[in-house]
Design a protein around this ligand. Structure first.
Ligand SMILES: [Zn+2]
Length: 294
């Protein structure tokens, strides 16, 4: 949890202080769901102005103040096992641990046919490229910054469209099992603007074999959002972005069956169900998953 000194430019420091002072007052909590792909929310006993440092599986997790109390917000990985999990806190030289229960969740299965077989069974050169890209992507998703760039944990939808594939689906590409769907897909016409659901800092952009043109935004304290298959990318690495500013536009780059945004939300490097942190999704009618897209 080391402080990242590169951020202490005068302009940004002012921005950060502004955000912090707002946050310590009245930040709304996301929804809790103690399942794989969910968020555990634990009220801490520690008091005082300085935030306790909290870790889960030895990695830092988000800590925010809500109604005068400190809370740890923990992203639960899709691969998490049922049972008792714990976090550790450090505060004023004291260590403490807290436990929470994770229960099972059965996500549905989805079968997708991809015509470009190379996108399902990549060749040797592709595999090298995928390996290189995976390192970058994993590093971006595991990124930690003590600063909280966002002043809300109620994220906006980055694009209006049809929710074409929900979170958590167990997936089969051309009958072969692959990793579960770690985000949501929003289908919209090519060129539709994609905007930042909350303020943050762009930490990675690029063109990737599976994900196509992509951008990663760090909202602070382990909250990272990822945007894939874009037609154009409108942001640069290192750029600060405010809620509502454009990130890119809808496209069909990478492994896709039609134009859409694949949007993943990560907390402490666990991909979480966007429904828990995006109020607009909870008002959307049940999704139609009969028209699959990556
Ligand atoms: Zn997707």
């Amino acid at each position: 949890m080391k402080y990242n000194h590169e951020h202490i430019t005068s302009a940004l420091f002012g921005f950060a202080l502004f955000v912090f002072s707002n946050l310590s007052q009245a930040i709304e909590l996301p929804q809790q769901d103690n399942v794989p792909g969910g968020i555990a929310i634990i009220q801490l006993n520690e008091t005082g102005d300085a935030a306790p440092k909290v870790s889960y599986k030895k990695k830092p997790v988000m800590v925010i103040k809500h109604q005068q109390a400190w809370y740890a917000l923990i992203g639960i990985p899709l691969a998490a096992k049922n049972g008792t999990h714990s976090i550790n806190s450090t505060h004023a030289g004291n260590n403490n641990s807290y436990r929470f229960q994770v229960t099972d969740k059965q996500y549905e299965s989805q079968y997708i046919t991809i015509k470009n077989k190379r996108k399902v069974n990549p060749n040797k050169d592709d595999m090298k490229r995928i390996g290189r890209e995976r390192k970058k992507i994993n590093a971006a998703l595991a990124h930690w910054d003590d600063l909280l760039y966002t002043n809300t944990l109620q994220l906006d939808l980055p694009v209006q469209g049809r929710l074409s594939s929900p979170f958590g689906l167990r997936r089969f590409f051309n009958e072969q099992p692959r990793k579960p769907h770690s985000g949501i897909d929003i289908a919209a016409p090519k060129g539709t603007p994609i905007t930042a659901p909350a303020s943050g800092k762009v930490i990675l952009t690029g063109n990737f074999f599976f994900n196509g043109n992509s951008a990663f935004i760090d909202h602070g304290q382990g909250l990272i959002t990822m945007y894939c298959h874009m037609d154009s990318i409108k942001v640069k690495e290192g750029q600060l972005i405010k809620q509502g500013e454009q990130i890119g536009s809808i496209g069909m780059t990478g492994r896709v069956t039609g134009p859409h945004l694949h949007w993943s939300i990560s907390m402490n490097n666990a991909r979480i169900d966007p429904n828990l942190i995006v109020p607009a999704l909870r008002q959307t009618p049940p999704t139609d998953i009969s028209t699959p897209s990556k």
